[in-house]
Design a protein around this ligand. Sequence first.
Ligand code: AMP
Length: 424
Amino acid sequence: MPFSHLGLDKPLLRAIAEQGYSAPTPIQSQAIPAVLAGRDLLAAAQTGTGKTAAFTLPLLQRLLEFSRTGERTRPGRAPRVLVLVPTRELAAQVNDSVRAYGQFTDLRAAVVFGGVGLQPQIDALRRGIDLLIATPGRLLDLVGQGHARLKEVDVLVLDEADRMLDMGFIRDIKRILPLLPKVRQNLLFSATFSREIRELAAGILRNPLSVEVAPPNTTADRVQQCIYQVAKDCKQPLLAHLIETGGWGQTLVFTRTKHGANKLAQQLERGGFTVGVIHGNKSQSARTRALADFKEYRIQVLVATDIAARGLDIRELPHVVNYELPDVPADYVHRIGRTGRAGAGGEAISLVSGEEATQLRDIERLLKRKLPVRETPAGIQPLPRSAEPAPAHRPPPRRGQPPAGRGGQQRSRRPSQGPRRGAL
Ligand code: AMP
């Protein structure tokens, strides 16, 4: 069914056309009519399925209908739609989507999250908004200080609910719920459905429509998965070798810990790569900058921890590397869900040391298959213990590339592996 048959007004259809979307994704065709009809929704969908538009478009439509009655135009109005998200990055991304889809309307949205100054957020709330996107902690701060009123919320969206629970937001969510009107519409999106999520959903949703869509790009035919069995000390030289000899462009590398992410980033930088890092201890501005640099091809390698990377709009990358396997097998699936360019596939490569046998077994159990092992190239030597990579281990610069150095022009060049459009 085309977008024009889903009951959306012209300003929204125009914005959709401007985004270049030709047809709704499966989650959108199912969710949009249900949300417009006021139904609660339990959606199993992860990033990459078009889930943001699946709730944003019908909610903007409902807000347009409210505003037509005139009651929504007064300044200082309290939000009618509240979208709770686990991370600052996801908050910013949902906000970008709301702005894009609502660009031809006069609806107002605001986004509030921690790690940045309160005052601009207070000012935005004071001006009056229709839709509020928030991380739970900052929302509670703003409510506590009397800056956010939630008594007019008609619709609550919990986006990436599984991650909210993983990140320990359940208490905050339980403190927010009583601040909302009892009668309201509720939409819950989650990539996975653990017992905890089901319990949360049961406590919030009324007679929900359940919608499930397949995760994007995780099927074996689109993403080639393989492992290298390699000693811990040899992982960094192997990674550098693979990036260099494979001529990899944008490469997303996952580590298990923040410390591991920092250390690897430093080692790669010393080896001449342009590198960004995203993890929970990085300031908001540093994370935003790293992500923007990666998306704009100014850096070649982005090193990330699971929590920081979850929900980021980074997809369709040719190469995702698990520098360390995650402890939670489902995180492996989330990580590699970012691989695979449209129609062209991609590679998800895991560097597995002897200490990670248990994690590998659990992942293979979840995938119900063994991951093929690739032979480690000869000559991969561990880094010297002093941590300074010896020049001999540094991969030679490729033809036409400058030698080592931060921000080398050639490295920041658009990688050759795929079309720029849709590459993230
Ligand atoms: P999401 O799953 O919400 O993170 O969105 C995934 C990506 O799909 C975003 O970059 C959207 O811009 C894009 N997208 C959303 N809906 C559509 C659509 N109907 N057709 C093509 N791309 C879409």
